[in-house]
Design a protein around this ligand. Structure first.
Ligand code: NIG
Ligand code: FE
Length: 417
């Protein structure tokens, strides 16, 4: 099956030579082909170019049916890659939202048994089927917002059985939805109530029981730890990442959201794929990230929703680092998986340019979830995961019109969604 899209006003993030990520000054450069065409064959991008060079005869010569779409006035944009979510959860937490409005901090809410432990209580009671149905709806929702690849974490189970239950739900989502999904084991999201005051024993449980069982069922691509003030220490993190590494789980960690936690350094030490949140980043952390293979990932939705200090994104980019943006979709700190809004927050709150937020939510976030060879740009051989916009003026309009969806047609793995 072939689909030929013609008269594309702007073909965005088109690459002749695919790059794993873009950093520093390159983040403000974006490959855009004006007045372009794009050919999809089966589930992949087959070729693309400028309209003036389109050889329709060659495309139609095989006698195969070619579906043609006229995209006059419209942009074709690679689907967002959302490299950090917790979208498998039971119930919402709007009560805490009210607590926050009344002035309680994230840490205070967590101390009162709210926060992650609140979600853990609910997830333990929910069936796998219930969790799947709710998460499936959220996947549909984010697909409609233009997301084509998503990383999903466990971390609301906090006991072996419930963590495995969450990861099995993610496995089913991988099988039953057209999105490209990666799963991350996050047993170390919080110390569960029954282990209060016995944090080291809980870390031992993760290392000796959970990680081996998760690995035995091949349920997780990656391992995550919430390495921060009031949660897990650098020493805990070191032990868990070391154990995960032995089972082939590369690290993607929560770091430096609440303080200069040392999370970035321990992440880089273990060659983490990404370190995420990064509200607290100084010269030392930047120096540590430079030259590493670890993608600094900022979660503007959580900082916005919790009124946290903003990560020094400009400073990181000016130092030559790459930056990825992700939604952190979860019921506590970021109850939204709308990556387009994340782009707008990137522009408004972090002073990123439209080109930079597009790079940060496609190419760089694809790298941050290990799928840069398959998605994240318009490149020959990559999966045909992209969307066609409504008629708009150009790429700048995407983050500017911050609540409009602006999506007319979605392609996932070569099929119209
Ligand atoms: O990424 N920071 C840690 N974990 C989540 C919050 C999860 C929750 O509050 O339920 C986050 O923001
Ligand atoms: Fe998170």
């Amino acid at each position: 099956m072939k689909t030929l899209i013609i008269n594309i006003k702007q073909l965005v993030q088109a690459e002749n030579t695919p790059r794993p990520w873009v950093a520093g000054k390159d983040m403000s450069r974006l490959g855009v082909i004006e007045n372009a065409w794009l050919l999809v064959e089966d589930d992949k991008i087959a070729s693309f170019g400028e309209m003036k060079d389109l050889d329709t005869e060659a495309i139609y010569s095989g006698g195969e049916i070619v579906k043609e779409i006229d995209a006059t006035g419209r942009l074709v944009v690679p689907s967002y890659c959302d490299s950090h979510t917790h979208l498998v959860y039971a119930g919402s937490r709007e009560i805490e939202y009210i607590d926050k409005i009344r002035g309680l901090s994230y840490e205070e809410i967590a101390k009162r048994g709210g926060g992650i432990l609140n979600s853990a209580e609910r997830i333990r009671k929910a069936s796998e089927e219930e969790l799947f149905d709710a998460a499936y709806d959220r996947i549909q929702e984010i697909a409609g917002f233009g997301t084509g690849a998503v990383e999903i974490k466990s971390g609301y189970g906090l006991d072996t059985e419930s963590e495995l239950k969450m990861l099995r739900v993610i496995r089913r989502l991988k099988q039953e939805t057209p999105l490209l999904i990666k799963s991350t084991f996050l047993g170390a999201h919080a110390v569960p109530a029954e282990y209060k005051g016995r944090q080291t024993e809980y870390v031992d449980l993760i290392i000796n029981e959970m990680i081996p069982m998760v690995a035995a069922e091949e349920l997780a691509d990656y391992i995550d730890v919430f390495c921060d003030k009031g949660f897990f220490t650098v020493e805990d993190t070191d032990r868990m990442l070391n154990a995960g590494m032995k089972y082939g789980m590369r690290a993607k960690i929560h770091a430096n959201e609440l303080d200069y936690s040392g999370g970035i350094q321990v992440g880089v030490k273990y060659d983490a794929l990404s370190v995420d949140h990064l509200e607290y980043v100084g010269d030392e952390e930047i120096a540590c990230l430079l030259g590493s293979e670890t993608m600094p990932t900022v979660l503007p939705g959580a900082a916005f929703f919790l009124n946290m200090p903003y990560s020094p994104v400009r400073k990181m980019i000016e130092a030559g680092l790459p930056v990825a943006l992700a939604s952190d979709y979860n019921p506590g700190s970021s109850p939204s998986g709308n990556m387009k809004f994340i782009m707008s927050l990137g522009c408004i709150n972090y002073k990123m340019l439209p080109e930079e937020v597009i790079n940060a939510t496609t190419l760089n976030s694809a790298y941050a979830m290990g799928v840069q060879d398959e998605v994240g740009s318009i490149a020959v051989g990559k999966l045909a995961n992209f969307y066609i916009t409504t008629p708009i003026s150009g790429i700048e309009y995407l983050p500017y019109a911050y609540t409009a969806n602006l999506i007319e047609t979605i392609f996932l793995k070569g099929e119209q969604y």
